[in-house]
Design a protein around this ligand. Structure first.
Ligand SMILES: Cc1cc2nc3c(=O)[nH]c(=O)nc-3n(C[C@H](O)[C@H](O)[C@H](O)COP(=O)(O)OP(=O)(O)OC[C@H]3O[C@@H](n4cnc5c(N)ncnc54)[C@H](O)[C@@H]3O)c2cc1C
Length: 495
C-alpha cells in the first residue's frame, strides 16, 4: 500500500500544473504555491513582451489530454497560451490546490525526524512554516532576471535614457518614436526588435555576441516540425549511452549524417540570406542544437533587408550620454536599451549545503533523469527537462516523479545506480556533447524520444511506441500517443 503524502508543488507554470495534476491524481494531498497573482509562469500576462508567441507548433506544446483549441494558430500567441493553461487548470480543478501570491522563501529538512521538508512561506507580510513529505519543484529556468549593467548607465538614464530587462518590455507605446537598442542573441531579442519596428520605433539596432543557427517556422516551405522533431533526425545527434554496436552503426553512417547537416545549413543560409547580414554561425549546426536554438522571428530578415533593423556583432562597452559604445567600435544613439539577456538559473530557496550537492563547480546539475538527486531525498524537479515541447516533457516527468516518490517505478533506482548514471551523463555532456551543458545541463532536446523512452521504461509502460513504425520514425512526438503510453503504465492509488 502506498502511503498518502502531503506534497508541496512550487510554481504555478506549465510544470507546476503538471506536477499538481500528477500527484493529485494518485491520491496525494497537494498544496501548490505560486508567488505571482496568476498561473502561467513565463506566459503570465504581466511578464510577457508584446507579440510573444510559441516556438513550438501548437500540437507539440500541449498536455496529452488537452489539445490547444482548433481555432488557435499553428504558433499561438502568449495570451492564447496563458488562456490554454487556465483551461487546463479548470479541466482538472487545479485551482483548488494552489495558493497564489505565496512565495516559497526557503526550504530545509524537517526537524521532527520525519522524512520531508519544512517550507518557509510568505504571503504579503505573513510568514509561516509548513511541513511536507515531498516537494515537487517547478520553478523553471526563467524566474529570476539576469540583471547586467555597463559603465555609464547612470549617465545614460540621467540624460533621459531607459534601460530595461526584456521581461519589463510589456507596453509597445514605450518604443514609439524612440531609438531602440536590443541586446541579446536569443529569440526574445529578435522578437522585441521586430516588435519595436512594428510599433513605430524611430530606429532599431540589434546587438548580439555571436551569430547562432536559427530555424525558420518553415524550412524550404515545410513546417519545421515535420523535419526536425523526428526520431530519425534525433538519431543523427551523438546521444549518450551508446553500446559498441550502436557506435559502429554511427561510424558507418557518419558521412551521410554529415551531408544531411551540411544540406540543412546550406538551405538555411540560402533561405535566410545569412551571409549577406554576417549571420553565418561558426559552429556546425549539429553541434549547436539544444534548448537555446531559437526560431526565426517572423519579419526579422525582412526588417534586416529593409534596413529597419541594423545588426551589430559584439556587446555594449559603455554608455556615454545618449550614445552606446559597442565592443567592435560602433557608436549608436539610443533612447531605450532593452536587455534580452535571459534569466538566472537556480533554486535560490534551497540552502547552500544542498545546492552544493545539486550543482557542480562548473554549474552542471547532478540530476538523474533531469529530475532527482540521490543526496536530496523527498524532492524532485518538474520541467527541468526542458525541450522543444516542454509541456509534454513536464507532464512526462511529473508522472515519473510521483512514481519515484512512491517507490512505484518498475525500475526504481538506488542511490548508487543514480550516481553512476549522473556521472555517465555529465561525462557525455562535458566531453562528447558540450551543447548539452546549456542551462546547467537541464535540457533534453534534441533527444525527446530517447528521454521519453527512458521515462516510459522506468515507469513500466506496456506501450512505448506507435504501432505504425513509419509514423514512429518519421513523425514528431504525438501528445495523444504519449497519453496512451502513460495510460499503459501500472496504475495505483495512494491512501
Ligand atoms: C518567451 C518564451 C517563449 C517560450 N516558448 C517555448 C516554446 O515554444 N516551446 C517550449 O517548449 N518552451 C518554450 N519556452 C520555455 C518555457 O519556459 C517552458 O515551455 C515552460 O513555460 C516553462 O514552464 P515552467 O512551469 O517550468 O516554468 P515557468 O513558466 O518559469 O514557471 C515557474 C513558476 O514558478 C514561480 N516561482 C518561482 N519561484 C517561486 C517561489 N520561490 N515560490 C513560489 N513560486 C515561484 C514563478 O512565479 C512561475 O510562475 C518559452 C519561454 C519563453 C520565456
Amino acid at each position: 500500500m502506498v502511503e498518502r503524502k502531503k506534497v508541496a508543488v512550487v510554481g504555478g507554470g506549465v510544470s507546476g500544473l503538471a506536477a499538481a495534476k500528477a500527484f493529485d491524481e494518485r491520491g496525494h494531498r497537494v498544496v501548490g504555491f505560486e508567488r505571482s497573482h496568476d498561473f502561467g509562469g513565463v506566459w503570465e500576462l504581466s511578464r510577457s513582451y508584446p507579440d510573444v508567441q510559441t516556438q513550438s507548433p501548437k500540437d507539440l506544446y500541449c498536455y496529452t489530454d488537452h489539445p490547444m483549441p482548433d481555432d488557435y494558430p499553428e504558433w499561438p500567441k502568449g495570451p492564447q497560451v496563458h488562456a490554454y493553461l487556465h483551461s487546463y487548470a479548470e479541466k482538472h480543478d487545479l485551482h483548488r490546490l494552489f495558493r497564489l501570491n505565496t512565495n516559497v522563501k526557503s526550504m530545509d529538512r524537517r526537524t521532527d525526524g520525519a522524512p520531508g521538508w519544512t517550507l518557509t512561506l510568505e504571503a504579503g507580510s505573513h510568514i509561516w512554516t509548513e511541513d511536507f513529505d515531498f516537494v515537487a519543484i517547478g520553478t523553471g529556468q526563467f524566474s529570476d532576471k539576469n540583471i547586467i549593467t555597463h559603465p555609464g548607465q547612470d549617465g545614460f538614464e540621467a540624460a533621459g535614457g531607459q534601460v530595461m530587462h526584456s521581461s519589463e518590455y510589456t507596453d509597445p507605446e514605450t518604443v514609439k518614436d524612440k531609438r531602440v537598442v536590443v541586446l541579446g542573441g536569443s529569440k526574445s531579442a529578435t522578437d522585441i526588435a521586430v516588435n519595436a519596428v512594428n510599433c513605430g520605433a524611430a530606429a532599431v539596432h540589434w546587438v548580439y555576441l555571436e551569430p547562432m543557427w536559427r530555424v525558420p517556422y518553415f524550412v524550404g516551405g515545410i513546417n519545421f516540425k515535420r523535419l526536425l522533431y523526428m526520431r530519425a533526425q534525433e538519431q543523427q545527434f551523438n546521444a549518450w549511452g551508446k553500446n559498441g554496436f550502436q557506435r559502429i552503426i554511427a561510424a558507418i553512417f557518419k558521412p551521410l549524417v554529415w551531408v544531411n547537416f551540411r544540406g540543412l545549413e546550406t538551405l538555411l543560409k540560402t533561405q535566410l540570406g545569412l551571409k549577406k547580414y554576417g549571420l553565418v554561425p561558426k559552429t556546425p549546426i549539429e553541434k549547436e542544437v539544444s534548448c537555446s536554438v531559437p526560431i526565426v522571428t517572423p519579419g526579422l530578415f525582412e526588417a534586416l533587408k529593409d534596413g529597419k533593423i541594423r545588426n551589430i556583432q559584439g556587446t555594449f562597452e559603455r554608455y556615454d550620454g545618449n550614445t552606446i559604445h559597442m565592443t567592435g567600435g560602433e557608436e549608436v544613439q539610443a533612447d531605450i536599451a532593452i536587455l534580452a539577456v535571459g534569466w538566472k538559473l537556480g533554486v535560490p530557496y534551497l540552502p547552500h549545503a544542498y545546492l552544493d550537492k545539486l550543482v557542480e563547480s562548473d554549474g552542471q546539475y547532478r540530476t538523474y533523469r533531469l529530475a532527482v538527486n540521490p543526496d536530496l531525498p523527498d524532492m524532485g524537479f518538474v520541467g527541468f527537462n526542458s525541450s522543444f515541447c516542454t509541456i509534454l516533457s513536464a507532464e512526462m516527468i511529473a508522472n515519473w516523479l510521483v512514481r519515484y516518490a512512491d517507490g512505484q517505478l518498475a525500475d526504481q533506482p538506488d542511490a548508487a545506480q543514480m550516481n553512476a548514471d549522473i556521472d555517465m551523463m555529465l561525462n557525455w555532456k562535458r566531453n562528447e556533447r558540450p551543447a548539452a551543458q546549456i542551462y546547467g545541463g537541464l535540457c533534453s532536446a534534441p533527444f525527446h524520444f530517447k528521454h521519453f523512452d527512458e521515462l516510459l521504461a522506468d515507469m513500466g509502460a506496456k506501450k512505448r511506441k506507435r504501432s505504425n513504425p513509419l509514423a514512429e520514425q518519421f513523425s514528431y512526438p504525438n501528445h495523444k500517443a504519449y497519453g496512451e503510453f502513460l495510460a499503459s503504465c501500472p496504475q495505483y492509488q495512494a491512501g
